[in-house]
Design a protein around this ligand. Sequence first.
Ligand SMILES: NC(=O)c1ccc[n+]([C@@H]2O[C@H](COP(=O)([O-])OP(=O)(O)OC[C@H]3O[C@@H](n4cnc5c(N)ncnc54)[C@H](OP(=O)(O)O)[C@@H]3O)[C@@H](O)[C@H]2O)c1
Length: 524
Amino acid sequence: MKTPQAVPLIRAPRRRGSRDKADPCTMVIFGGAGDLTKRKLIPAIYYLAEQKLLPDNFALLGVARDQNTDDSYRAMMREAMSRSDEIHKVNDDVWQWLCQRTFYAGGDFTRDDAYANIKTRLNEIESKSGEEDRNRLFYLAIPPSVFETTLTHLCASGLARRTHSYEERPWNRIVIEKPFGTSLDSAMALNRLVLDEFGEHQIYRIDHYLGKESVQNILVFRFANSIFEPLWNRHYVSHVQITAAESVGVEGRGKYYEEAGVLRDMFQNHLLQLLTLAAMEPPSSFTADAVRDEKVKVLHSVRPLVQGDCEPAVVRAQYDGGTVDGKSVPAYTSEPDVPANSLTPTFAAMRVDINNWRWKGVPFYLRSGKRMARRISEIAIQFRSPPLLLFGQKAVEEMSPSVLTMRVQPDEGISLRFQVKTPGAMHELTPGLEITPVDMDFTYGEAFGNDAHPAYETLLLDCMIGDPTLFTRSDEVEMAWSIIDPVLDYWGKHPARSLPRYPAGSWGPEEANKLLLGDHTRWR
Ligand SMILES: NC(=O)c1ccc[n+]([C@@H]2O[C@H](COP(=O)([O-])OP(=O)(O)OC[C@H]3O[C@@H](n4cnc5c(N)ncnc54)[C@H](OP(=O)(O)O)[C@@H]3O)[C@@H](O)[C@H]2O)c1
């Protein structure tokens, strides 16, 4: 197995209060006219402005290839906001405030003249603020194919410069979108490139799952309460199921998906992030590196899959046509930009074993798929059944076990399923008691209203404040790849002649059920 490289860490403290204001800065979005910018970044920046979390001398520079002026770019962003499902109502005063601080520069990121143009625009914008040396946040909302050239040009042009410590001012920070590499080798190469030019404390590798309130709450729930943590181990937990199911298909991104497939798209990042948060030890403090150190330890403890393990431990499949939300939808191979003979998996289920004192012998089952029955992301901790049932004739195995479920989306919340006596009911044949599982339920919406902050809002604010806790460190991203790589390698060497199919709108293929059968359990 390849070994991820060790990267010197630069300790960054967690500085952030509950909703601190961003530092004064200029944010430069590379890919400023792309889908991510329109759907997620601009609405997130708008929300920060609405809550007065951006300083008066904030500035935003969108950079893309289109021929735009500042005004036409602002109009394009306004139009995108009106279509965004993140924004309910745009307040004109807030929008005007943001418009006055929004600018555009055109250019092709593979060419030097683009960076000269950006420099000229930044000089114009920043000189107005009267500050010679401004903090700069560079957001790479661009296809991975241009990450490398953009990073190299950024540094060579002097637009972004290396700083030697977290405390150095003005700060220059770089946000890199997922996917960070497509394999362990490519992630290591990208890390080398990034860390040749910048310090680790300047790099924010984004996984937007970590910006969700419900994901951050996993740590609060575990470590701010003392009732569950004593049970959170192999003595009381029988297994853990982590699901990230999507009801949508590839949504016009067939080209991207053909190269990615479900393991790169969902497992290497989101699912392994959920796994680390559910499985990690309490950190020594809530600082960025203390939290990330513990997450990395979990990844180090995952038993690596060797070639012979891949077949029984990982199931892959692809969706057929079917019905989702009452609408009939085509098979994956009929999606635009997908070849009719594609063997790209759109579903996978995987058993992960964590070889440490807490989790030895407790399987973690991970699954994710597109076009599944319902959109749902959750972590379900299934507890062991009692050794003996004292009530009635029902066998212990027949009883539904106690389960703690942390719902990440939608309907964010936590529920605990446990057994109670059915009122009045007696067992038919023996004078035992009837037992029924019931749920104790907490939902964020009910408790706090429906105004959870969108993930990108939280993460952008963290970048501007300098809190990297919710971003992936270089060793973390490489460890995650080192878990997924052997499976991709095995699949590459043993291409499927045909893939198991599942109808769109179902919970995946029959083969995924067999993965759990050996452990006498079922998917939720
Ligand atoms: N969209 C999402 O929901 C989403 C979610 C998670 C992560 N991401 C990640 O975010 C990144 C951007 O995704 P996206 O969906 O926004 O892609 P996109 O819609 O294709 O936008 C990419 C932007 O980059 C620009 N660009 C590409 N090559 C360029 C070059 N050589 N010079 C100048 N501009 C160039 C494009 O300009 P043109 O229009 O001129 O080509 C476009 O504005 C990707 O890494 C993706 O994996 C996206």
